[in-house]
Design a protein around this ligand. Structure first.
Ligand code: ATP
Ligand code: MG
Length: 404
């Protein structure tokens, strides 16, 4: 099969200039991996990665000579980031062939053989290349798999997984994004058999893969297979014994309401809302404070109460974490109960909501004759509650009138 990619990005001047630079004087360079795969599927591309027969030193020299900026972002595995004139960046990686691995780190040496470079990649759909004219090079038959939406390991699945256990999660990630029907049987079997190896991986690599998986347009079938094979429990033991059916409802609600996919909402749906579990998960996967706080706030926020009228909702909201209420409302809508319409209205309203500001301070109480002490903050809380219950209407002087 021969195919030519005719998407606009292929003709971008900076990409064409870079490829011309690297292709001159006996060098060879092609676009590799994800960009080629996505272009064949007519999907948007994220970044354009380049593979070349030139060694990093030569890539650096050529970029400098042409007035561009080489940045050695991944020099230990042969990657130079080329910063081109207009600021566009490309990762340029020298062709490799793996000679030795310890299950995590491949020892590599540089090569000039495109097929050898293709063979050390993980999945056939990721072992594709494209030259400057858009012509596709497909040394391992990956194009057929891409078009059939078959996610398949290159050569022997077990061997590939033993070289890098992260490939188990990548198998499910790429199935979520680009697969259909059911995952390749040999791959599934190998993932099932070797899932214990996931425990050797760094937290950062696991979470990065998981987050990408959860961000797929519809990860629900992939997650189902992860559960079936025990891979889900291996990386997210907190989700064990908790239903994952909610995921489909969330995807439906996203589509019906035009919500952007949100990896964390998808995660919430497959986790029990319990602070300790969230805490354990966040620590194990080394989640950022921002992510940890969002998950904890969600776990600690009660379900939205459909019986509340608008006033009651606003007053309740005042005391809650707004992001967590936002998350809770999304999930309540995804469950499609009788109150879906009401929750949708509340969600829209929340999007424009500004938290009312309580302006009475401890100093105001002292100015009104209260003695300093623990009673001040108690009184302040009382006043705040009265103010909220008045529908945020009572003014400062009315609130302070009885103090002293
Ligand atoms: P994305 O659109 O998510 O960036 P991608 O295909 O570019 O998709 P990356 O994770 O950026 O995926 O990896 C770039 C390429 O490097 C892959 O297409 C694959 O060929 C190769 N690769 C990355 N990680 C591995 C791995 N763990 N084992 C083998 N090959 C890998
Ligand atoms: Mg990429």
């Amino acid at each position: 099969m021969s195919e030519r990619i005719e998407q606009e990005w292929v003709n971008s001047p900076s990409l064409q200039e870079l490829l011309a630079l690297l292709n001159a004087d006996g060098g060879e360079a092609r676009v590799a991996g994800g960009a080629v795969r996505n272009a064949l599927l007519n999907q948007p591309i994220s970044d354009v990665d380049i593979a070349t027969t030139l060694v990093p030193r030569d890539v650096i020299l050529r970029l400098k000579a042409a007035g561009h900026k080489p940045v050695p972002t991944g020099i230990e595995h042969g990657t130079i980031t080329a910063v081109m004139g207009e600021g566009q960046t490309y990762e340029v990686t020298t062709l490799r062939q793996d000679i030795e691995t310890d299950g995590r780190h491949a020892k590599v040496f540089y090569g000039t053989d495109w097929t050898a470079d293709a063979k050390r990649r993980d999945l056939t759909m990721n072992a594709l290349y494209m030259d400057a004219d858009g012509k596709v090079f497909d040394p391992l038959g990956g194009m057929e798999d891409v078009l059939a939406q078959t996610v398949r390991f290159i050569d022997n699945a077990e061997t590939r997984i033993r070289e890098d256990y992260l490939r188990i999660l990548r198998f499910f990630r790429f199935f979520a994004w680009y697969g259909s029907f059911r995952p390749d049987a040999e791959g599934l079997k190998a993932c099932t058999r070797l899932k214990d190896g996931l425990s050797d991986l760094s937290a950062e690599r696991i979470w990065q893969e998981l987050a990408k998986l959860l961000a797929a347009p519809d990860p629900s079938r992939s997650i189902l297979w992860m559960r079936t094979t025990g891979v889900l429990t291996a990386v997210l033991p907190e989700s064990e014994k908790w239903g994952i059916d909610g995921l489909q409802g969330l995807i439906r609600a996203e589509q019906a309401n035009n919500w952007n996919p949100d990896a964390l909402l998808r995660l919430m749906v497959i986790l029990p809302p319990q602070e300790e579990r969230v805490e354990t998960l966040a620590t194990r996967l080394k989640l950022s404070n921002k992510v940890r706080d969002r998950l904890k706030a969600w776990a600690n926020t009660p379900e939205p109460d459909a019986s509340l009228k608008q006033d009651g909702f606003e007053q309740w909201l005042y005391w809650q974490n707004a992001q967590a209420v936002n998350d809770r409302l999304h999930l309540a809508i995804a469950r499609e109960g009788d109150n879906t319409k009401k929750f949708i209205r509340q969600l829209k309203w929340l999007g424009r909501w500004e938290k009312p500001r309580f302006t009475v301070r401890g100093k105001d109480l002292l100015d009104n004759g209260m003695k300093p002490g623990p009673k001040v903050s108690e009184r302040l809380n009382e006043l705040e509650t009265r103010w909220v219950e008045s529908g945020f209407k009572l003014g400062k002087s009315e609130l302070l009138s009885g103090v002293g």
